[in-house]
Design a protein around this ligand. Structure first.
Ligand SMILES: Cc1ncc(COP(=O)(O)O)c(C=O)c1O
Length: 399
């Protein structure tokens, strides 16, 4: 081996990859939040209307969640000390799982460290190399990673295209075990999956039906029970995933379904088996969040009235907001560098709306992603609209 080869940095290719990102306008610095995650917050030293968090209901700073977490720290310490299957199952973890199952009206539930782990861990655990996954083209990365880990074959159907899914199910009738999987609310477009039709097709063809309700949890359905409740299709979806990291305001993910499914995941879902469980403060805060969902329904009402006000404002200005039906409202821009410029200029003027480009969304469909929350005031939303309008016009995104 030459001296030159030995001294060369083996990670040098990463410098080239980063230079490529910069050339495409996709290089991002992490914005740093000073203080609490709120509707108006301070990022990178600037006070901004925050349209970038998933804190739909403002629960990240809710006093009941804060108190529950503090009490858990005082009573139980800061860590669980083990994975769930060895010594890390605390009473609080079991209580949270019972609470979530009752809330979602399913037999049982299991909590994972994140929504990502819940999706990836579940898909990889229940399917194997002889199986087939039928997946919406805009499904979340955690579903795609779980599908790859499972080694099952993957067929992607066009976004929300029920007829294409029906054709795929017919074509693949000889495969013994099939999973139909979709996001309930799509994270970058804010549209809702046609769940009743998809679930009916899965049932008709004997396939397993799974939904990722990360952005429907706390947002859609009675008290935020998700898409199954929103469409009144209880009992027709075999596996429901939700997150505790977005509207619930804390951290984690869960899977709801039959007792057998949950017991199986206790034995086979690798993130559950091989990664330490939540600290007690996390479980306690999540439990308090489910109390708040049921005792403060006005939060969800405010989320939707704010969403309505903001969407109407964007439409009045003339922005293209795609197919959104929920508080996730993209402002479509097209090229990534223009979307990033829009985001940066809006930030300088006092609005934080993250620019999103490839690989999170397809090339040529870069956008600003906005999410209003229940805790934004009307004044904040109107101010944000006026800044977005000014900047959008100066960049020629609206005329
Ligand atoms: C659709 C969807 N599923 C799953 C997840 C993962 O959830 P978590 O942040 O709890 O890992 C996210 C969050 O980014 C998401 O948007």
């Amino acid at each position: 081996m030459s001296a030159d080869t030995k001294t060369k940095d083996p990670l040098q290719f990463l410098d080239e990859a980063m230079a490529g990102l910069k050339a495409e306008g996709l290089y991002r610095r992490l914005r740093v939040l000073h203080g609490e995650q709120r509707a108006e917050a301070r990022f990178d030293g600037r006070d901004v209307v925050n349209l970038s968090s998933n804190n739909y209901l403002g629960l990240t700073t809710h006093p009941k969640l804060r108190d529950a977490a503090l009490k858990a720290v005082k009573d139980l310490g800061v860590g669980s000390g083990s994975v769930r299957t060895i010594a890390g199952t605390m009473e609080l973890h079991m209580e949270l799982e019972r609470r979530i199952a009752a809330f979602k009206k399913t037999e049982a539930s299991v909590v994972f460290q994140s929504g990502f782990a819940a999706n990836a861990g579940t898909v990889a655990a229940i399917l194997g190399k002889d199986d087939l996954i039928l997946s919406d083209e805009l499904n979340h990365a955690s579903i795609i990673d779980g599908a790859r880990l499972s080694r099952a074959a993957i067929r992607v159907f066009p976004h929300r295209d029920v007829a294409a899914l029906a054709r795929l199910l017919e074509e693949t009738a000889d495969v013994k075990r099939r999973l139909v999987i979709t996001d309930g609310v799509f994270s970058m477009d804010g549209d809702i999956a046609p769940m009743p039709q998809i679930a009916a097709l899965a049932r008709e063809h004997g396939a397993i039906m799974m939904v990722d309700d990360a952005h429907a949890s706390g947002v859609l359905g009675k008290a935020g029970r998700g898409t199954v409740d929103h469409f009144s299709i209880h009992g027709q979806v075999d596996i429901q995933v939700g997150t505790l990291s977005k509207a619930i305001g804390v951290l984690g993910g869960y899977v709801c379904g039959s007792k057998t499914l949950i017991e199986y995941l206790y034995h086979r879902a690798r993130p559950f088996l091989f990664s330490t469980s939540h600290p007690p403060a996390v479980a306690a805060a999540c439990l308090a969040a489910f109390d708040v969902l049921e005792s403060e329904p006005e939060r969800i009402q405010k989320l939707w009235s704010n969403t309505d006000r903001f969407k109407k404002g964007l439409a009045r200005i003339g922005f293209n907001t795609g197919t959104s039906e929920t508080p996730i409202t993209p402002i479509m821009v097209g090229e990534a560098d223009l979307a990033m410029k829009f985001s940066d200029r809006a930030f300088e003027r006092g609005v934080f709306a993250q620019g999103i480009g490839f690989p999170t969304v397809a090339k040529g469909t870069a956008r600003l992603r906005t999410i209003v929350t229940a805790t934004h005031t009307e004044e904040e939303l109107d101010r944000a609209l006026s800044i977005l309008e000014d900047v959008g016009r100066s960049l020629g995104i609206v005329r």
